[in-house]
Design a protein around this ligand. Structure first.
Ligand code: TNX
Length: 642
């Protein structure tokens, strides 16, 4: 390659980091007119740049050197300050760069790993406990190992006595066929059958699984209970013998039910798009680990990913980013147009696939912040030319907030929400509400008028104004509004709103004390985009934590809250999240998700008294083996080099 850039951390302080950037021209051509476009997700303070100018929109940066030519075999050097915590990972460096010559010719640039001032301590290493044969994750509430085993083969008959078990039956049949090429026999036999039977005495999400040498009896009182019983059955199965096509289930009696009623995962498909097949593969694993919710983050500044039939512009324009489109390139794919979206038909297919596995999909339409893709797609409705408010969002956008004072905003919201509510059977709809930047709506005549009309004193009350409109719209559409913890800012939404807290568990407890139902999603323990270890090559971000498997596993929700404290009733459950800024490929997705997903599963399902780190580790190897068979990529926590 003819061009190369090196980025070095020169010093770190409270205020941020001082960085040195060198642009090398390795060719024998002098370049007189050039600029450098690069993707970097920290904010560069424009005034701090020692030579040239910088423009930044999100992670897209354009450095123009002010007439400094790039000599043949020469280099250009500048320094700048970034607002950032100390940098310890290569993922924090420049992701991609292009040299722009004479304003239009674009050349690829080699980007060396960021040079750090300091590295973290060594990577952690894990003990090697004895491998458990009965290795169910999450750990069941009661499990009694019995002697003997059940032989499962195509001679086994699957008997289903309850319509509530139909989905679970279908899932079991599909898994057996796909993974082991075993199809259940049709003839009922007294000595070789798996029976699914309704038992009204069991807990709503509970099940009872009794494996005996001549039959397997799975009982539950709900659709989900049957699915969880099947998940345990699938996990108990030792891999069928390839030749004879039969597998073994150890004889056991399991009586099980979850600690929390809500166990979810959030997937961000806006920052990077994940294919329908990746999402289905993930949903299938969620079912194996007894999750019941996928929270689908479908819109954000960097992309609108859900077809809205009334507004095709949202996906024609808002799903694409890159040169020649309305949205700048972000995070990756600097050299091409990036972006896809899901049609409503595809979404329907995913909803059905998830339903068979006991998983509800909650869609998220993130408003009023994180709306840049929507605003660029529908400027005639959403752009307010008279709003001169100055703000910068956490992700460095200055034009990503919906206006509560524009009529078009309400037309947009009504239409989008009507379509989304009709598409998703979920009783909840997530409206985001996170990270509205300070300063939004502060210099806008229409907003000032609206504030005056309603007697609001602070512009941020307009957030409450907008959200309470959305809440009543959703109520009319038969849905309950749920949102990030900032949804209660502006103080106008009702206590029916479910709050997803992400900054800390304390934030969740504060909301619960005010009377909100909450879902725990503390970034410090449950954010799967956080690096999994300390080595600089480990992919991920680290603003909330470095998050090794052990840290996730050891998260103990509500550890400080007395068992008798009524506030516990307000904590509906827990959720992990994969934000996708750094999730550029399906392989990266699985690397970030597994095995930490299984650790979160146990936090959400099993009672604290049943959880033990070494015991969990002794069960994990069986899962790695199954993931190998299923083609699920994972980070092997026992092999630390990447
Ligand atoms: C915070 S958690 C965000 C996201 C980012 C994520 C990166 C939340 C509600 N907002 O917009 O993608 O951090 O880790």
């Amino acid at each position: 390659m003819n061009y190369r850039i090196d980025l070095t951390v020169l010093s770190e302080s409270e205020r941020g980091c001082l960085m040195g950037l060198t642009v090398h021209n390795l060719s024998d051509q002098r370049i007189s007119s050039w600029s450098l476009e690069f993707l970097f997700d920290r904010y560069i303070e424009p005034k701090s740049l020692t030579t040239g100018d910088i423009q930044q929109v999100g992670s897209d940066c354009l450095l123009t050197p002010n007439m400094t030519p790039l000599e043949a075999n020469g280099h250009f050097y500048c320094e700048f300050l970034i607002q950032s915590m100390p940098i310890r990972f290569h993922s924090d460096g420049i992701k991609q760069a292009m040299l722009v010559v004479d304003n239009h010719l674009r050349y690829p640039v080699d980007v060396t790993p960021i040079a750090l001032t300091q590295q973290n301590a060594d990577s952690s290493s894990l003990p090697h406990p004895l491998v458990s044969a009965i290795a169910i994750i999450p750990k069941p509430q009661q499990l009694q190992a019995l002697s003997g085993q059940f032989l499962l083969s195509s001679n086994t008959c699957l008997l289903c006595h309850s319509s509530l078990a139909a989905n679970a039956k279908q899932w079991l049949e599909q898994e057996m066929a796909e993974l082991y090429a075993i199809e259940f026999g049709q003839q009922p036999t007294p000595t070789n059958h798996v029976e699914l039977k309704f038992n009204p005495t069991l807990n709503a999400q509970g099940y009872r699984l009794n494996v005996q040498s001549h039959c397997v009896l799975l009982e539950a009182s709900s659709e989900r209970g049957f699915v969880y019983g099947v998940a345990s059955l699938l996990q108990l199965l030792t891999f069928p013998d390839e030749k004879t096509k039969c597998g073994y289930l150890p004889c056991v009696l399991i009586v099980d039910k979850p600690r929390f009623t809500y166990r979810g995962m959030m997937l961000d498909c806006a920052r990077h798009f994940h294919s329908i097949s990746s999402i289905k593969k993930l949903i299938n694993q969620l079912a194996y680990y007894k999750f019941n919710t996928l929270h689908w983050h479908l819109t954000d500044d960097e992309g609108w990913r859900i077809e809205i039939r009334a507004f095709p512009q949202l996906t024609e324009i808002g799903a694409k980013r890159g040169h020649g489109t309305q949205l700048e390139p972000q995070f990756s794919h600097l050299d091409s147009v990036y972006g896809e979206f899901y049609t409503q038909t595809q979404i329907q297919e995913v909803i059905e696939y998830a339903a068979i596995r006991g998983i509800t999909i909650i869609p998220e339409i993130d408003i009023p912040g994180h709306c840049r893709a929507a605003i660029k797609s529908l400027p005639e409705l959403l752009f307010n030319p008279n709003d001169h408010s100055q703000y910068k969002s956490v992700q460095h956008y200055r034009d990503n907030v919906l206006s509560p004072a524009l009529a078009g905003t309400y037309t947009f919201l009504d239409t989008v929400l009507e379509e989304v509510c009709a598409l998703f059977p979920s009783p909840w709809l997530h409206i985001g509400a996170d990270e509205v930047p300070e300063g939004a709506w502060s210099d806008c005549p229409l907003c000032a008028e609206l504030m005056k009309d309603h007697g609001y004193e602070q512009p941020n009350q307009l957030q409450g104004h907008l959200l309470s409109y959305v809440e009543s719209k959703l109520k009319k559409l038969g849905k309950r509004m749920v949102g990030w913890e900032e949804a209660q800012h502006g103080n106008k939404v009702s206590k029916d709103t479910v709050i997803y807290s992400w900054l800390s568990e304390q934030a969740a407890l504060n909301c619960a004390k005010q009377g909100f139902d909450v879902i725990l999603q503390p970034g410090q323990y449950t954010y799967l985009d956080m690096c999994q270890d300390f080595s600089p090559q480990e992919p991920g971000v680290s603003w909330a934590n470095v998050l090794p498997l052990e840290t996730t596993y050891r998260y103990e929700p509500l550890a400080q809250i007395a068992t008798s404290d009524p506030i516990r009733k307000r904590i509906l459950g827990i959720q992990c999240a994969l934000w996708s800024e750094i999730v550029t490929t399906p392989q990266r997705l699985e690397y970030m998700v597994y095995p930490r997903l299984s650790a979160v599963a146990e936090v959400g399902w099993s009672q604290p008294t049943q959880r033990e780190w070494h015991d969990y580790l002794s069960r994990l190897p069986v899962h790695l083996k199954r993931w190998d068979k299923q083609g699920v990529g994972y980070r092997n926590p026992w092999k630390t080099s990447i």
